[in-house]
Ligand binder design. Structure first.
Ligand code: TXA
Ligand code: MG
Length: 346
């Protein structure tokens, strides 16, 4: 087990972060320390991407298997070219359209980026985040920064500094507290190394945005199911983003979650509809905080309403589907209620 780190927390203005703080944080990264910082999506746990010991500390600190690759964060498209061997016209086009922003591109990995970052793959995932604190930190660091979401592996991603403290106190050296993140779900991951661009994870940049820019984009409808398949589809692990309370995704219309809650309560089951705004954008922003709060309330079963599969609704559904471990409900028939009663008692 690793030695606990300093875990200093420093508040920063989210729009005009203090230069001295950013320079100090950049130095901590260059020295091999771990810095947790806000991005527009979720908080990340950053390490110098070329420092193998720092990378190991990230995997260990998160309890993340070494088979799950990390995203490398850089302050500009120009810097992104430094971590890849091939910068295609498609990459150029996506960078111009969506960077800085919630888009991660998978490209052929440069030789001086350690294999550990990419879990041994010949590729590397790279992104230029839009948050002023993240951008300022990356510029000040002057080195590429590998940063997964700052949560323990398989748990709900952090959207506030408090969440990071709750998850990883003792793991990071420094946490920059820039307040709540604005987007609330992770970046969209697009693989550009195949014959056709493929969306591996829906996120802040929507499929519609990508299609408008590129024309055809391949995408899988839903996460893979079996853990043993996850290695061949990184990020496809079904139990990702999980609260500890059992959760099911309810797809049969906006009224169904309430009907189910009522019917289950009549059967003595403490079921609760996950409180989310009906607008997908606002739902994305509050999703992870809502999951944490619901977990703290210690109910028997969470009923999560599915969103229209368009725009940010795809990303929200994807996270809920994984939080549900793939359990989807479509009606309030007696057999369905029986199934939910069984799930609630697990
Ligand atoms: O919004 C985000 O992307 C946040 C912030 C901190 O930037 N980061 C984040 O990192 O969500 P993480 O580690 O939680 O998720 C990274 C995702 C995983 O699904 C991983 O499998 C995928 O990116 N990924 C990383 N490198 C890859 C590669 N070389 N090929 C395919 N997928 C890759
Ligand atoms: Mg994550």
């Amino acid at each position: 087990m690793a030695v606990p780190r300093r875990s200093e927390v420093v508040r920063v203005d989210p729009t005009e972060p203090d230069d001295a703080v950013l320079r100090h944080a950049g130095q901590v990264l260059r020295d091999g320390g771990l810095v947790a910082f806000p991005t527009e999506t979720v908080y990340g746990l950053g390490a110098h991407a070329r420092d193998r010991a720092a990378l190991r500390a990230v995997f260990e600190g998160k309890g993340r298997p070494s088979t799950d690759p990390l995203i490398v964060h850089v302050p500009s498209a120009e810097a992104a070219r430094g971590v890849v061997t091939e910068w295609s016209p498609v990459a150029e086009r996506l960078a111009a359209a969506f960077w800085p922003g919630p888009l991660t591109m998978v490209l052929p990995r440069a030789e001086d980026v350690p294999a550990e970052v990419a879990a041994g793959r010949p590729t590397v995932a790279v992104r230029v985040p839009a948050h002023p604190v993240a951008l300022g930190l990356l510029s000040a660091a002057g080195v590429p920064v590998a940063a997964p979401s700052a949560n323990r592996f398989g748990r709900v991603s952090p959207t506030t500094a408090r969440h990071v403290v709750d998850e990883l106190d003792g793991v990071y050296d420094l946490l920059l507290d820039g307040g709540p993140t604005t987007l609330g779900v992770e970046s969209t991951v697009v693989d550009l190394t195949g014959d056709l661009p493929e969306m591996l994870r829906p996120g802040g940049v929507t499929l519609e945005d990508l299609v408008a820019e590129l024309g055809e984009v391949r995408h899988v409808g839903r996460a893979v199911t079996a853990p043993e398949q996850a290695a061949s589809a990184p990020g496809g692990l079904l139990r990702h983003y999980s609260p500890s309370t059992p959760l099911v995704l309810v797809e049969g219309g906006r009224r169904l979650p309430d009907q189910l809650e009522h019917a289950l309560r009549e059967r003595g089951v403490d079921a609760v509809v996950l409180a989310l705004p009906t607008d997908a954008e606002r739902a994305a922003r509050s999703l992870y905080a809502a999951l944490r709060e619901a977990d703290a309330a210690a109910v028997a079963l969470l009923l999560a309403p599915a969103f229209e599969p368009a725009g940010l609704g795809r990303a929200v559904n994807d996270r809920l589907y994984r939080a549900a471990h793939g359990r989807v409900v479509l009606d309030a028939m007696p057999a369905t209620l029986d199934r939910l009663v069984a799930i609630a008692s697990t």
